[in-house]
Write a protein that binds this ligand. Structure first.
Ligand SMILES: Cc1cc2nc3c(=O)[nH]c(=O)nc-3n(C[C@H](O)[C@H](O)[C@H](O)COP(=O)(O)O)c2cc1C
Length: 176
């Protein structure tokens, strides 16, 4: 169950070289969490295993960002993105995430595998601004249309820059 925690303004960080790894089933329920995940998000292994990955969802993240993630995965592609997450006491941390399909020995899709690293600060600043704009669009659109509206806003913005979402995300990483 997702706990109701008030977000704080305190940012916490991965150690240099540390990566957060998690695996989920096909619905986003956590099936594996490494020590870095438990340390930074401040949840124990029993609290994480079997729980939906939205346990670390931060309210500053627009719904559209996660619709994009799921649409990409359901479309059979890997996902790259920047995510602001919340710890068990409401603190926050930013990560650069790569989510890929997790297949069993017979090649059957059994879930997803995600690796998160320390993001560059310029990239975080850019994505924070974009997410704030997407959230404002979602508020105006109302709950039922929120993610469709903010994705449309994001796609229009990227179109003016002449770049795809994936190229844009990877270019932020390269600019550091
Ligand atoms: C492998 C994998 C990793 C994920 N990692 C995160 C994450 O770090 N933070 C997060 O908020 N959602 C993550 N999600 C997305 C969540 O499943 C969920 O869609 C999101 O938190 C939005 O939840 P909500 O629809 O309940 O608001 C991940 C999903 C998958 C499949």
């Amino acid at each position: 169950m997702k706990l109701k925690i008030a977000p704080t303004q305190r940012e916490v960080f991965l150690e240099p070289g540390e990566v957060i790894v998690s695996k989920t089933d096909l619905t986003g329920r956590i099936t594996y969490a490494n020590r870095a995940f438990m340390r930074l998000a401040d949840f124990s292994e029993p609290e994480l295993l079997g729980t939906q990955h939205n346990i670390v969802r931060h309210p500053d993240m627009p719904r559209g960002a996660f619709k994009l993630l799921w649409d990409t995965l359901k479309g059979g592609r890997e996902f790259f993105g920047y995510v602001k997450n919340m710890t068990s006491n409401g603190d926050f941390y930013w990560v650069f995430v790569n989510v890929t399909p997790d297949c069993d020995a017979n090649g059957k899709l059994v879930g997803y595998f995600s690796v998160r690293r320390i993001p560059g600060r310029k990239a975080v600043a850019v994505m924070q601004g974009i997410y704030e704009e997407m959230l404002a669009v979602e508020k105006r659109a109302g709950a039922a249309n929120a993610s469709a509206a903010s994705i449309e806003f994001l796609q229009a913005k990227l179109k003016t820059l002449g770049i795809t979402y994936e190229r844009f995300i990877l270019s932020l990483c390269e600019q550091e």
